[in-house]
Design a protein around this ligand. Sequence first.
Ligand SMILES: *Cc1c(COP(=O)(O)O)cnc(C)c1O
Length: 410
Amino acid sequence: MTTRSHSRAVVREPASLDTLLARGGALAADPYHATTPPLYQTATFAQEDPTRFGEFDYTRTDNPTRRALEEQLASLEGALGALTYASGMAAVAACARLVKPGERLLAGADLYGGTQRFFESLEAFGVRVDYLESHDSRVMERALAAAPTRLVWLESPSNPLLEIVDLSAAAVHCARQGALLAVDGTATSPWLQRPLELGAALVVHSATKLLAGHGDVTAGVVATRDEALLRELAARRNAEGTALAPFEAWLLQRGLRTLSLRLERQQRTAELLAERLAQHPAVACVRFPGLLAHPGAALHACQSRGPGQLLSFELRDPSRAAEVVTATQLFTTAVSFGGLTSSISLPTCMSHASVPSARKARAPLPAGLVRVSVGIEDVEDLWGDLQLALESACADSGTDARAHAPAAFG
Ligand SMILES: *Cc1c(COP(=O)(O)O)cnc(C)c1O
């Protein structure tokens, strides 16, 4: 099956993640030796006879384009296998439903809004959903010891507060209590952080964000080293028909090839913007794990190769946050993150508007929190735009540039 033109050795044992991103994902058996994996945009595959199935029979079950992508993603994550879904939420849902009625799901203190909304919907099916009060490792240990838990769900850095969770410690606590650890790695991608190597049972992505990177695909990924989990997830995905469509798989693979180039530039720019924002008199605090003042900076550096391209900040006058967002010209006001172009948002009104109200009341996000997704534009253009927006929105608010010391993490 394997031909000389697409050596499997490159896929299975990459020299580095960069090489695997650029060269991985070849089709196992392409008769024409296409140098770019072709798109099999077909629903069915003809059988030689009615009693014998070929390698592929129906795209809901498996498709060559999607399989090539999944093999590449599995290698990137150091996983046994990866499954792709129609969206990040479909991937989240697939994992969360490993928790059966009567079992408990323990969720991180700060999570994507749609994830919290989905978790809440599980309560109607008898799943107990508890949230961690904080990401402190001892708090997690105590919460796990308090009741039997099937699944622990974490993001690090979390979204939108950019809090850092000790993933290795979490994996140890989970193993001790017989719980599965799932890490939503959307904000990092395997290029920065590989949760399975840190002991997680499952890693999940909204590939809509960094992995696809161009803002033109919605997709989700689940990867694991656990064969039984992989089989259970694959069987349900086939039964329910939630797999990623071939064209989206093909687009996602195209995006993946440049992940390291994009992210390298994006996080370098994010670092500069975070440093400058932290010095700006209108800014009360910047949340970015690349800043030394971030309380999780050292921990993040231990479990990740870089700070990523997502940051959030709070204004000294939170009532001006919407104005600042609106005043930017170069940053698109939009939900989502991780794309080539920079965007800016108010999570409370946008990505996290769907957080259940009881949860909002218990753990409110800071008023006026602004989230920035840094793209590949010129750093000085981006900074100029942010500076103008901050100045125009704060010009008449009485914020005095000289009255405040440089901002640190709040
Ligand atoms: C966007 C996002 C999701 C949901 O992914 P979709 O592709 O939008 O369905 C899940 N988790 C995190 C952390 C996200 O940012």
